[in-house]
Design a protein around this ligand. Structure first.
Ligand code: AMP
Length: 173
């Protein structure tokens, strides 16, 4: 199924969560069974050659795509979450966001040394979150096989910050 029509299923919400941010709301796309299936299938297809051992989802909307990708490929999952959510020993990192700054956390044993990890999120904006996640993965000995996004906001230059590692993104704005 061609993906182009699905760009219309991402709703622009101006000034959310702060004035000046044009928020890309994926809930209309999630509401469409055919669209959801087609984008997950396309993400799996586009990422197959990256030979990942682990699919890592970034909280929270990254989980929506990482879980079905893991199911489809038979890989296990790792979770990167906001601070204070994970129960066992964690590794942490602070990073700058398009709107403000934040911290991410991952279980210290989420990835074994040498495992190839696919980092999945809904939106690539400035790339700060994905870059911080890659640093966390590398800090525990993981290899970043690639980054996978449903949406890439081309004008924000995230791709440049992630240079050197393959990037899959389906819908461009
Ligand atoms: P960044 O670190 O700037 O690449 O931002 C990526 C993270 O923030 C992702 O987890 C997105 O879900 C979220 N995000 C950033 N900008 C937007 C936007 N304009 N619309 C929707 N989500 C966004």
């Amino acid at each position: 199924m061609p993906l182009k029509p699905f760009t219309a299923l991402v709703r622009d919400v101006p000034d959310f969560p702060k004035p000046g941010i044009l928020f890309k709301d994926i809930t209309p796309l999630l509401q469409s069974g055919p669209a959801l299936r087609a984008v997950v299938d396309a993400l799996v297809h586009e990422s197959r050659s990256l030979n990942a051992d682990v699919i890592l989802g970034i909280e929270s909307r990254g989980f929506l795509f990482a879980a079905p990708m893991a199911y489809a490929t038979g890989s296990g999952m790792a979770l990167v979450r906001k601070p204070g959510k994970l129960p066992a020993d964690t590794v942490k990192l602070s990073y700058a966001l398009e709107y403000g700054s934040d911290q991410i956390e991952m279980h210290a044993d989420a990835i074994r040394p040498g495992q190839r990890v696919l980092i999945v999120d809904d939106v690539l904006a400035t790339g700060g979150t994905a870059l911080a996640t890659a640093q966390l993965v590398r800090s525990v000995g993981g290899v970043v096989a690639g980054f996978v996004f449903l949406i890439e906001l081309d004008a924000l230059g995230g791709r440049k910050r992630l240079e050197g590692t393959p990037i899959v993104s389906l819908l461009h704005y």
